[in-house]
Design a protein around this ligand. Structure first.
Ligand SMILES: Cc1cc2nc3c(=O)[nH]c(=O)nc-3n(C[C@H](O)[C@H](O)[C@H](O)COP(=O)(O)OP(=O)(O)OC[C@H]3O[C@@H](n4cnc5c(N)ncnc54)[C@H](O)[C@@H]3O)c2cc1C
Length: 503
């Protein structure tokens, strides 16, 4: 009999309770299943597979050093488990809880049915401050602190192996996915994740709070841990505990000797809270991947066809707004974009271009190497005015351009068609009749979006429904105010002078 440890998005040997418990109980078969049906889904992409593949290769070596290399199989999880059960006898299946997309949610239900039918206990362990099916946010901050308390667990000293052959890890790109324009991929694996974390506290994070806003400075100023957290090459608890230690150490140092300001580390820590705060939303309501949080917003949705010319112009960086196009082109080439620009590109798709958030959200999901459904879909909805509890923010693409890239350096790098223009014209080349004609009049489009939002807000019962959304998903950092249901849901700094709607 063997203990099967099913590695999903927790690709590490440290701070891994399922692995530690399995190691104590007997022979361990560490397993990852590459599921073709998942990889054919609308939110999966070759770049995500390339990063995952490298992380699996790293994990295989780390597990082999403990005695039992990672077994990789291609197929449906139930079929793989049935085969292993027939040949070895599975004493127990162990894994971490996963808040994935609707596809993985349905798959986990099928795996649960399989385990029950075969009398195999399935132990699922929590790795985030995310309550299964949790519907009420009261006491969530305490829950986060309690979940992150305690030292991260050590790796098991050794693993008793089985005779199961490890099998090949499929190549890249997967045979059932197409290439997608990626030019450089962030390195994967545990050593790289630790290098990023160390580098951030050793000085790279010094300019975190200011540098995170511009796409020029953010790639260096931000931690860049997101794909590692999405695949669990580091546990969130490891990062939270390290950050708390750093804050204590920095606070004890004379300011001149601090490699990064205390405020930068504190700001980073607050983002680690948001990681779980957002994932909790999708865990509580998995349908948020498909349905708007607020019923009035859902009723007003107009579907967008996957080949809609506006959607394609936006997704491929051909809207005629150089800064917007530069953001999309850099995302296509690198698989990463800073938070502010993710919010802007999503908001422009939903507000100015009136595209359905699900069509644009799926395009972005595929472009993000760090795709994390529990952060992604609630963020897409929030930046698209679908929640009824967040202040809608209609970004001005030209103002963002002037604020975040005043010299047009980022624009020139990614939109060479306008690089010959003087910096002032790179923000609005239509004034010189250069570049492609803009797909919209952005000021008129913003006014139309505001009118659509106002109409939704006038629907009968809007406030009552907002209260329901707040009860389920809202941060308790602020009380619900029925007169202002759309107040900030989290202590995010509002971007100055955007068209923030006093609805
Ligand atoms: C429309 C949209 C979609 C997004 N989709 C994703 C996604 O699929 N995967 C993803 O990891 N992040 C997503 N984000 C959040 C955020 O943009 C990224 O987490 C961040 O840019 C990653 O870079 P970093 O690791 O250097 O971040 P840092 O600033 O160094 O933050 C450290 C970690 O905190 C968490 N974090 C940071 N900002 C947020 C936030 N606003 N909400 C929740 N958690 C946060 C992430 O885990 C991040 O890795 C999305 C944001 C928007 C507006």
């Amino acid at each position: 009999m063997v203990q099967v440890v099913w590695f999903k998005r927790d690709l590490r040997v440290e701070d891994h309770r399922p692995l530690l418990e399995a190691a104590r109980a007997g022979a361990v078969l560490p397993l990852h299943v590459v599921e073709p049906a998942y990889w054919r889904g609308p939110d999966a992409s070759p770049r995500q597979w390339r990063f995952l593949r490298a992380a699996l290769t790293d994990l295989r070596a780390r597990l082999a050093a403990l005695g039992a290399p990672l077994v990789v199989r291609v197929g449906e999880v139930e079929a793989v488990l049935a085969d292993l059960h027939a040949r070895h006898g599975i004493a127990r299946l162990l894994s971490h809880e996963e808040t994935g997309n609707l596809w993985t949610f349905a798959r986990d239900r099928r795996v649960g049915d399989f385990c029950r039918a075969h009398g195999i206990p399935w132990d699922e362990h929590r790795q985030f401050a995310v309550r299964r099916g949790g519907m009420n946010r009261d006491g969530w901050a305490r829950f986060f602190a309690a979940t992150m308390a305690g030292e991260p667990l050590p790796a098991p000293p050794r693993l008793a192996p089985t005779d199961e052959p490890p099998g090949d890890i499929p190549g890249e790109p997967l045979p059932w996915t197409a290439e997608d324009g990626l030019r450089s991929l962030q390195p994967a694996g545990r050593a790289e994740a630790l290098r990023l974390l160390d580098g951030f506290f050793a000085g790279r994070g010094a300019d975190y709070r200011r540098g995170m806003s511009s796409p020029l400075s953010a790639p260096r100023a931000c931690s860049r841990l997101s794909p590692h957290l999405a695949l669990g090459t580091l546990s969130l608890r490891e990062v939270v505990r390290r950050t708390e230690d750093e804050i204590r150490a920095l606070s004890a140092m004379p300011p001149a000797l601090r490699p990064i300001p205390v405020a930068a580390a504190e700001s980073f820590l607050s983002r680690l809270h948001w990681h779980d705060h957002f994932i909790q939303k999708l865990e509580a309501e998995p349908e948020l991947e498909r349905r708007s949080a607020h019923p009035a917003a859902e009723a007003a949705r107009v579907p967008t066809a996957p080949d809609d010319p506006l959607l394609l112009a936006w997704a491929e960086g051909r809207t005629g707004f150089p800064f917007l196009d530069a953001c999309m082109r850099s995302l296509i080439a690198t698989g990463w974009l800073n938070f502010r620009m993710r919010a802007m590109v999503q908001a422009i798709a939903s507000y100015h271009l009136a595209l359905d958030w699900q069509a644009s959200g799926a395009r972005l999901a595929r472009l993000f190497v760090d795709y994390e459904p529990g952060i992604h879909w609630p963020q897409v909805q929030m930046q698209s005015g679908q929640t009824g509890i967040n202040t809608p923010r209609i970004y001005n693409p030209v103002k963002q351009s002037l604020d975040q890239d005043p010299e047009g350096v980022f624009i020139a790098r990614w939109v060479p068609e306008v690089a010959h223009l003087p910096p002032a014209l790179r923000h609005a080349p239509w004034k010189a009749g250069a570049y492609i004609a803009p797909v919209m009049d952005h000021e008129a489009a913003a006014r139309a979006a505001k009118a659509r939002l106002s109409a939704i807000r006038r629907e009968p019962g809007f406030r009552e429904e907002s209260r329901r959304v707040y009860e389920r998903h809202g941060s308790r950092a602020r009380p619900f105010d029925a007169r202002r249901p759309e107040a900030p849901d989290m202590p995010a700094r509002a971007p100055a002078r955007q068209l923030s709607l006093g609805l």
